[in-house]
Design a protein around this ligand. Structure first.
Ligand code: BES
Ligand code: MN
Ligand code: ZN
Length: 503
């Protein structure tokens, strides 16, 4: 998918020439005082009639297309509902733009203009409003068509122009566009990587993608192969990949946007299982194809470092991807096997399907070498997360109050919300092994918690947050700007955290 070109212009909606002009509208307010009122008179009151008759009410995600027949310079108007004025949030704006831009594409219009909503949600800047508009518009039009032989009749939208009433808003809106394009582009990259099937996107191919990112953005990269991993003693990651014909990879990318030599980095670690069959503890067949997206975390930390470099964020950032395919094979790890992790701790593998925490154990131990100022891992880690939180929340765990607070706040801004779960040491009794330092499953209760607690044993006292995205990485249906299938959720949260941290 080609990302649309986004521009800003100081001018008024009434005089805008456009194939389609999008105006946002709040529910239950009538037309007066709202953006569409400016154009209504030229249309002979047509819009106020539509609002009065409740043919268009302005409910969240409602859209209406109206042909202007030459009465104003814009050929078509698209009204996009924001819901009640008092309840408008950045998320509502994102969704309205997702719905509106989908309508633009359905109308087979190549580019459109949108007025900056005159009523901003309280407590947010124009930077954030513009960023949300761009994210909604780009992500609402996401499609994955690489493997389809027929070309779609509706072309991708090429351009979007944001109209700004006041000149003094231009600088903020321009910055919002820059950020929105970067975060949307990153999410698209993640969705694409997760949509590609595992026969194409093998660990080796992930390494190639990472190399391409490093080359394009001029950031440094190191890729450890199986021999080097053996030399270092990454027994957990190697154990997971043993059942596969695909060699594992361990990818480290480093971006330095600061002049300061001694600045401690933010380190991101992403679970990158290109396919999770469960291994010898084989998964049931139903929905197993979703497990091609078990590399979402890794894709997100790769996309994040690419975006951080493109945005030239003034920080030092390291992204780490432990990459493997979890397969049952003649040489596969078996229940009861004991592996020695990079940290030296031993783990009894009671279930080979709890592989994410194994590769992350080595990923996190490696990350500790950088003495991170903040360490965040992100992973499609547990089915228990799906059970506990469902579609709309990311499970968050952590050892550092400040870092947790920052992540929570950035998640709220990004519309990718986290919900904190306990990381109490009492749960560790469930992870005790009779033969090794710990086992890799925690039994019946609190599956999301015991997985997180397992990880915590590999991060020392470093400020650390763990994000379980198993419930949000895949959507069962199309939403305003989230498609059915891989969602890329988590990417904008990570980037918002990095942006907020850089301010
Ligand atoms: N990748 C899965 C978790 C998952 C499940 C992600 C559903 C997305 C949707 C993970 O590797 C896994 O298999 N976890 C097991 C752990 C169990 C064996 C302790 C699970 O949750 O069933
Ligand atoms: Mn698994
Ligand atoms: Zn997995």
């Amino acid at each position: 998918m080609k990302i649309m070109q986004v521009t800003a212009e100081v001018s008024r909606a009434e005089t805008a020439t456009a194939e389609a002009l999008v105006l946002t509208h709040c529910e239950g307010e009538g037309l007066a005082g709202q953006d569409a009122a400016l154009i209504d008179r030229s249309l002979g009151g047509a819009l106020s009639k539509l609002v009065q008759s409740k043919e268009f009410e302005g409910k969240a995600n409602e859209v209406l297309l109206y042909h202007t027949q030459g009465t104003v310079p814009a050929k078509r108007l698209i009204l996009a509902g924001l819901g009640k004025k008092s309840e408008v949030t950045l998320e509502k704006i994102r969704q309205a733009m997702g719905s509106a831009s989908k309508r633009v594409r359905q109308a087979k219009v190549g580019s459109f203009t949108v007025a900056l909503p005159s009523i901003p949600p309280t407590g947010v800047s124009w930077v954030e409003v513009a960023q949300a508009m761009v994210e909604g518009a780009i992500l609402g039009n996401y499609r994955f068509t690489v493997y389809r032989s027929e070309t779609a009749s509706e072309q991708d939208i090429k351009g979007m122009k944001i109209l700004i009433p006041r000149k003094d808003q231009l600088q903020e809106v321009t910055e919002g566009i820059r950020r929105g394009v970067a975060t949307a582009e990153a999410t698209v990259f993640v969705r694409d990587l997760c949509n590609h099937p595992s026969n194409v996107l093998t660990p080796t191919k992930v390494a190639d993608e990472a190399k391409a990112v490093a080359k394009a953005e001029k950031i440094s990269i190191k890729i450890l192969d199986q021999n080097e991993m053996e030399r270092l003693g990454m027994g957990a990651l190697l154990g997971v990949s043993r059942g596969s014909q695909e060699p594992p990879k361990f990818i480290i990318l480093e971006y330095n946007g600061t002049k300061k030599k001694d600045e401690r980095p933010v380190v991101l670690v992403g679970k990158t299982i290109t396919f999770d069959t469960g291994g010898i503890s084989l998964k049931p067949a139903e929905n197993m194809e979703h497990m091609k997206a078990d590399m979402t975390g890794g894709a997100e930390v790769l996309a994040s470092i690419r975006a951080a470099a493109r945005l030239k964020l003034p920080l030092r950032l390291i992204s780490i991807l432990p990459v493997a395919e979890n397969m049952p094979g003649g040489r596969a790890m078996k229940p009861g096997d004991i592996v020695t992790t990079l940290s030296g701790k031993t783990v009894e593998v009671q279930n080979t399907d709890a592989e994410g925490r194994l590769i992350l154990a080595d990923g996190l131990a490696y990350a500790m070498r950088y003495k991170p100022a903040a360490l965040i891992d992100i992973a499609t880690l547990t089915g228990a997360c799906v059970v506990a939180l469902g579609q709309f929340a990311i499970g968050m765990f952590g050892t550092d109050q400040t870092l947790k607070e920052q992540v929570r706040k950035s998640g709220l801004t990004a519309g990718e919300r986290v919900w904190e779960m306990p990381l109490w040491d009492e749960y560790f009794e469930q992870l005790k092994s009779d033969v090794a330092d710990m086992r890799n499953i925690g039994g019946r209760g609190g599956g999301m918690i015991t997985a997180a607690l397992f990880l915590s044993k590999f991060v020392g006292d470093c400020p650390w947050v763990h994000l379980d995205i198993a419930s949000t990485d895949w959507s069962e249906r199309d939403r305003a700007y989230v498609p059915k299938g891989p969602t890329g959720i988590g990417t904008r949260l990570l980037l918002q955290y990095l942006i907020d941290r850089s301010l």
